[in-house]
Design a protein around this ligand. Structure first.
Ligand SMILES: Cc1cc2nc3c(=O)[nH]c(=O)nc-3n(C[C@H](O)[C@H](O)[C@H](O)COP(=O)(O)OP(=O)(O)OC[C@H]3O[C@@H](n4cnc5c(N)ncnc54)[C@H](O)[C@@H]3O)c2cc1C
Length: 381
């Protein structure tokens, strides 16, 4: 194979280009935006993402910029601690823990690793055509790009997916989410700890991403399409999280109102396949999920690595794409389902159900959680 055309310069597209280039394949990335401004403030790169990045020699770059986390504490806003996930055990088992990092730093690390002239900005793909074992991407500015394989890494509203699978459906999760970065330092005891606090319709998670910056996210039950001004958003946050434990109210106070973003949370109904002919999907284009397990970006990175490895391992493109789908689709599908289920139990509003849920979580034996985490955080290949 000579050339792969990658549509989309997010985590999935950039990592796919790096993984292909590492295998000696020419990969060119076409991104619609005229400059790359990653949306989303911070991100937790879980152990499985770090293991895949290690194979691409990118784990050190993430560690240099981010904060490795030792513990994830799960709390109920009224009942207190529900469980503690000892992330340092993952480091002992796999060699990496979860790293909390600014999204801009992730993108920067990826862009620094792609070969010169790989990334083409301002190229909005509007479709593709197939001819003589070649595939051509068509862009809104009238230009085209031709290669042996086209990879759709164009995110949750993927044009490439829509062309391959016109019946694919996005489903609203019932939740929207505020995100921000607070300019403040956490107490020393929380510097390498992440929290997620459940409070019925409202939830709040945070961790340090630098010694003086705290990334936070706040999902809440709501219809899609909220149009609040930044001041109204802050007023809402202050009101809803006033009874949440410290330091949550302070984190909200230390965030610049205009920098808070709102994202309605959707997932993609499972696709039957992730490829057709000479076109494949990676990342949110293939398996957009609710962010409840912090795995969307991680799964995109796993896709990138698996796709590049299978294309090189197999003798034809078709065999490579079949092997890629076999390797990745069942795992990603299970994670999408688990994330959806987690989002539902996190937002139980009935007090009796909340108490039962809390009892069940506290009674879960440590070995059960450990084996689930090993499955989630292990790369598995
Ligand atoms: C609230 C929230 C919190 C999250 N937290 C985490 C976390 O902690 N850990 C984690 O692993 N994941 C997390 N995720 C998920 C993660 O953000 C996504 O799964 C990941 O960003 C998907 O990357 P992608 O490259 O597939 O898509 P995107 O990031 O959407 O990138 C797609 C790119 O394609 C471009 N594009 C789109 N259409 C076209 C076109 N027609 N032509 C050319 N270019 C196009 C876009 O401009 C964009 O740059 C979270 C998500 C949310 C919403």
């Amino acid at each position: 194979m000579n050339t792969v055309i990658v549509i989309g310069g997010g985590i999935a597209g950039l990592t796919t280009a790096i993984a292909l280039q590492q295998q000696g394949i020419t990969a060119l990335v076409y991104e619609a935006a005229s400059d790359l401004k990653p949306i989303g403030k911070g991100i937790w790169m879980p152990t499985n993402a770090m293991l895949a990045l290690q194979r691409l020699a990118l784990d050190r770059a993430m560690l240099q910029k981010g904060v490795p986390l030792d513990r994830l504490e799960l709390r109920d806003s009224a009942a207190g601690m529900l469980s503690v996930i000892d992330l340092s055990q993952m480091r002992a088992t796999f060699g990496h823990t979860t790293v909390a990092i600014r999204r801009a730093d992730v993108h920067q690390a990826l862009i620094e690793r792609i070969r010169p002239a790989t990334l083409h900005l301002g190229k909005q793909c509007i479709g593709f055509s197939l001819r003589d074992d070649r595939v051509t991407a068509h862009f809104a500015d009238g230009t085209t790009a031709t290669g042996d394989l086209l990879v759709g890494a164009d995110g949750i509203n993927s044009v490439i997916r829509q062309t391959l699978f016109p019946n694919a459906q996005l489903r609203y999760s019932g939740q929207s989410c505020y995100r921000g970065i607070a300019r403040m330092s956490l107490p020393a005891s929380l510097q390498q700890v992440a929290w997620e606090v459940w409070g019925g319709a409202h939830r709040f998670g945070f961790s340090a991403i630098a010694f003086d910056q705290v990334y936070w996210y706040a999902p809440f039950i709501a219809p899609p399409g909220s149009k609040l001004s930044s001041d109204q958003r802050v007023a809402r946050l202050i009101q809803h999280y006033a009874t949440f434990p410290d330091p949550i109210p302070a984190i909200i106070q230390h965030t610049v109102a205009d920098e808070i973003i709102t994202t309605d949370l959707y997932e993609l109904a499972p696709l039957p396949h992730w490829w057709q002919g000479r076109v494949a999907l990676v990342g949110d284009a293939a398996h957009a999920m609710t962010p409840n397990l912090g795995q969307g970006g991680a799964q995109a990175i796993e896709d990138a690595l698996a796709l590049a490895e299978q294309l090189v391992r197999c003798s034809t493109i078709t065999a490579g794409l079949q092997a890629y789908e076999r390797q990745r689709l069942p795992r990603a599908r299970r994670i999408v389902q688990t994330a959806r289920w987690y989002g539902r139990i996190a937002h139980l509003q009935d007090d009796r159900l909340r108490r039962l849920r809390n009892l069940a979580i506290r009674a879960t034996p440590a070995w059960v959680s450990r084996s689930q985490l090993r499955w989630l955080y292990g790369l598995g290949w």
